[in-house]
Ligand binder design. Sequence first.
Ligand code: PGA
Length: 249
Amino acid sequence: MRKKIVAGNWKMNKNLQDGVELAKTVNRQVEDNNVIVILCTPFIHLSEVSNVITKDNLFLGAQNCASEASGAFTGEVSVDMIGSTGAEYVIIGHSERRSYYNEDDATLNKKVKLALSADLTPIFCCGEVLAEREAGKHMKVVKDQIDKGLFDLSPDNFSKVVIAYEPVWAIGTGVTATSGQAQEMHKAIREMIAEKYGNQVAEGISILYGGSCKPSNAAELFANPDVDGGLIGGASLSAADFMGIVNAF
Ligand code: PGA
């Protein structure tokens, strides 16, 4: 059975005190079941939020990591530093990193490998922009991102990765991909993985949907056979909305 995962991506929201409060509320409300819940907080929150977590199925993640292991890289945060806070996940290749900070496939591939070397689970994001979907290129764009970002990993390492499909036109816009659009892409991603790594690996990879996921549409999205959970932005900033999504499983 694949892992069911709901990860909250707080992005650049919540100061430390507000973040710790939100984490406490989520920690209190997370039920002891088979849904893995992850809080991806700003770097400076990680260590304190780590101390708040008491539930076995609640985990901590970062939203990014440096593309180098250590050294003279002012302002960067390494995978080792992230792991030392108690975090076990790291989002890599979010569309905001790709577009605002020019992170290309080669850089993201380096980050994925560094994360794995530090025993962090990469949540690798992919997704097309609206113009690419309208031009009918969305499948190719997403396949290219996965191919260049992940497909030189060994089967063993690849099996540790979580993939998040996030159509860029759905992120923070209130426009959600239809259940059919999500399933179509997730199935294509799984088929692509099966071709490269075999059925067994493909069946074990959790593929999350992200982009305006909310309590009102989560259940329908998660009901798809190839949608194994969600990466949640805006709705993860409210414990009620976030838990509404977690409980949609
Ligand atoms: P959203 O963001 O839920 O606010 O659309 C999702 C994401 O960027 O991960």
